[in-house]
Design a protein. Structure first.
Length: 368
């Protein structure tokens, strides 16, 4: 069933009732998960919300504009270090997150333009290689920026990063409200949820805007888009900048949440993981990207219990859980690409594209 048609079929009252039910479920989610699965899974949900924010930013670059970016985690690192350097004992500065988060987003956006400007003429594999190199340059740069003047503390990372604080309430402490204990993971959940919902709204608005349609035009045929009067240079730079801004905000939230960051938190594997979330969920579709981020955050953690299952079934652990976890995770990705190449929840445009390709393939085989 078409979700747009379903939404239109609902009366305003039914629509608002559905929104209230969803809001109530989201508000109760961390406490229900804490009671049923434990607090560790609440932390996993927090991480999933951060990855939703990251994946939505990469979706602007890859899903909307069609620019393959393998170094996206660099913007995550820029946002995290921008926050950490100005909210820790590293420089003795403890700024307000209301100033530091927008600042980190701005710095990441500038880095997005710095990356986008030299790559405007590159496409496909060449663009992927350049962005991959950019991500590694940022990581190595942060890893070695501890001499001759110590700025990032090198491979040791930055510790004692200030948590988010609202007035006199710091989110790294537990509070009791009406007999309900709100732990740090609960407090951060609500902040991350608000940021993720805001990112979803912005992404949906961009998708139907003139800018979003210009991105899609460039993705489908850049030459034709240019011939129609679209300034492809500025539009592509805007995609890099906006995607990087999402990554910068997510990085600042990550730094405050962890309280510690190091260059090893921003590796190529993390970039690949975020890209997998976008591709497997459904490029260009906000709902699909959110679904991909949730699944690819929860699935590796759920597969950690494979060792316990081996012990229960066979009486011994024959394959190391970490190795088997990645094996099953990789197998799931391969099967996904074989049977759902457009993603779990593809956009209507990509669904039509794959349907046309399948029909063309059937005709070729019939004529052969």
């Amino acid at each position: 069933m078409n979700p747009v048609a379903t939404r239109r079929a609902l009366s305003p009252r039914q629509r608002w009732l559905a929104y209230l039910v969803i809001a109530a479920l989201l508000l109760a989610l961390p406490f229900a998960v804490d009671a049923l699965l434990g607090r560790a899974w609440v932390r996993i949900i927090d991480v999933a919300l951060l990855f939703i924010l990251l994946a939505l930013g990469l979706n602007i670059v890859v899903g909307y504009a069609g620019l393959l970016d393998l170094g996206y985690i660099a913007f995550f690192a820029v946002g995290a270090y921008s926050y950490a350097l100005l909210a820790s004992p590293q420089f003795g500065i403890h700024g307000s997150f209301l100033l530091l988060l927008p600042l980190g987003a701005l710095v990441a956006g500038v880095f997005g333009i710095v990356l986008g400007a030299p790559t405007l003429r590159l496409r496909g594999d060449y663009l992927a290689i350049v962005t991959l190199g950019f991500g590694e340059i940022i990581r190595i740069f942060l890893n070695n920026l501890n001499r001759p003047v110590n700025i990032t503390n090198g491979p040791q990372g930055i510790t004692l990063i200030d948590p988010l604080q609202f007035g006199g309430i710091a989110l790294n402490q537990s509070y009791s409200v009406g007999g309900l204990t709100i732990a740090p993971v609960h407090g951060y959940y609500f902040v991350f949820l608000a940021c993720a919902l805001l990112a979803i709204i912005i992404s949906l608005r961009l998708e139907d805007s003139r800018i979003g349609r210009a991105w899609v035009a460039i993705r489908e045929d850049e030459v034709a888009a240019s011939a129609m009067g679209i300034n492809t240079r500025n539009i592509k730079l805007l995609a890099f900048a906006m995607g990087a801004t999402f990554g910068g905000i997510s990085g600042g939230l990550f730094a405050s949440f962890q309280g510690f960051i190091s260059p090893e938190s921003f590796t190529l594997l993390d970039s690949i993981m975020v890209l997998c979330m976008v591709v497997l969920g459904g490029m260009g579709n906000v709902g699909g990207v959110v679904l991909g981020a949730i699944l690819l955050t929860a699935l590796p953690e759920a597969l950690r219990y494979v060792g316990q299952l081996q012990q229960a079934w066979f009486g011994a652990v024959y394959i190391d859980p970490s190795d088997l976890r990645m094996l099953l995770f990789g197998l799931a990705l391969v099967l996904m690409m074989l049977f759902r190449p457009a993603g779990l929840w593809p956009s209507s445009t990509r669904r039509r594209e794959f349907a046309i390709e399948d029909e063309a393939g059937d005709e070729e085989r019939a004529n052969a």
